[in-house]
Design a protein. Structure first.
Length: 279
């Protein structure tokens, strides 16, 4: 698996990432508690025409670091390091939740590198209400670590999935999902949640030059609509779309989620100089 090292604010990090496909660069950034595997359905849908780079951020998967607090800038630097190591000069950029915040930061600080931007379930800044959400997550994670419970995983379907999930599931299937989520959560979920609490992207929004899709979930119980509207108002070339799902649309409706993003990516122009082939 490709890896690349860099210096972040607390020490050294080694970022592990997947690289798949051929064509213009496409970088995918996962959400809190997830990892690069989150992007497999989208990668499969576009690898015939994009070079897809999907890194693990600090706290997830095969990426290693100093083990302390990480900033949003640190995580953006990790994503950029993976893109650089993969040989991508410019690239399309997609982020989900925390990944959307990371992608927004990267696009605002390195606008010349980002050809287009998709932000799903992103937010402009962590206000009092959102901080209360993240503090609750931290309390659940702390209780789980202390007592071997699955409180955080049990909360996730309630807050992250929309009515479509509940209409097609039953108690046994939901319980199976909870147990699966318990085993899948990244070991650094609490560290990433602490980073969630620090987000304030408002000074960077106007610096983003890439065409941007602000993709909201119609049934998002975590990110308020006002946060999506702030992104839309602050990013100069932004447009809005919704998917009929909850905050966790990549897991709730992976095919529909991939289709929305693929349609936007396929609208973007390609030049031969920006094509990369992976062997």
């Amino acid at each position: 698996m490709p890896r690349t090292g860099l210096r972040i604010s607390g020490g050294d990090a080694v970022v592990e990432y997947d690289i798949t496909g051929t064509g213009p660069g496409l970088v995918l950034v996962h959400g809190t508690g997830a990892g690069r595997e989150q992007w497999l359905p989208l990668t499969e849908a576009v690898a015939d025409r994009f070079t897809v780079v999907a890194p693990d951020c600090s706290g997830s998967g095969g990426t290693t670091d100093h083990g302390g607090p990480v900033t949003l800038a640190d995580l953006a630097d990790e994503v950029l390091a993976a893109a650089n190591d993969a040989g991508l000069d410019t690239f399309h950029l997609v982020g989900h939740s925390l990944g959307a915040a990371i992608a927004t930061h990267l696009a605002g600080t390195h606008p010349g590198r980002v050809r287009s931007l998709v932000l799903h379930a992103g937010w402009a800044h962590t206000d009092t209400r959102l901080d209360a959400e993240f503090r609750y997550w931290l309390e659940l994670l702390s209780a789980d670590a202390a007592h071997g419970t699955s409180l955080f995983a049990r909360m996730l379907p309630l807050t992250a999935f929309g009515p479509g999930y509940w209409a097609r599931t039953d108690a046994a299937a939901n319980e199976e999902l909870v147990q699966g989520l318990t085993g899948m959560l990244a070991p650094g979920t609490a560290r990433q949640t602490e980073t969630d609490r620090t987000v304030d992207l408002r000074p960077l929004l106007g610096r983003i030059t890439a065409p941007t899709l602000v993709l909201a979930s119609a049934h998002d119980r975590i990110i308020a609509p006002e946060q999506q509207q702030a992104l839309l108002a602050g990013i100069p070339k932004a447009r809005y779309a919704e998917i009929d799902a909850g905050h966790g649309a990549p897991a709730e409706d992976p095919a529909g989620f991939a289709a929305r993003i693929t349609a936007f990516l396929d609208e973007q122009p390609t030049t031969p100089a920006e094509t990369v082939t992976v062997h």
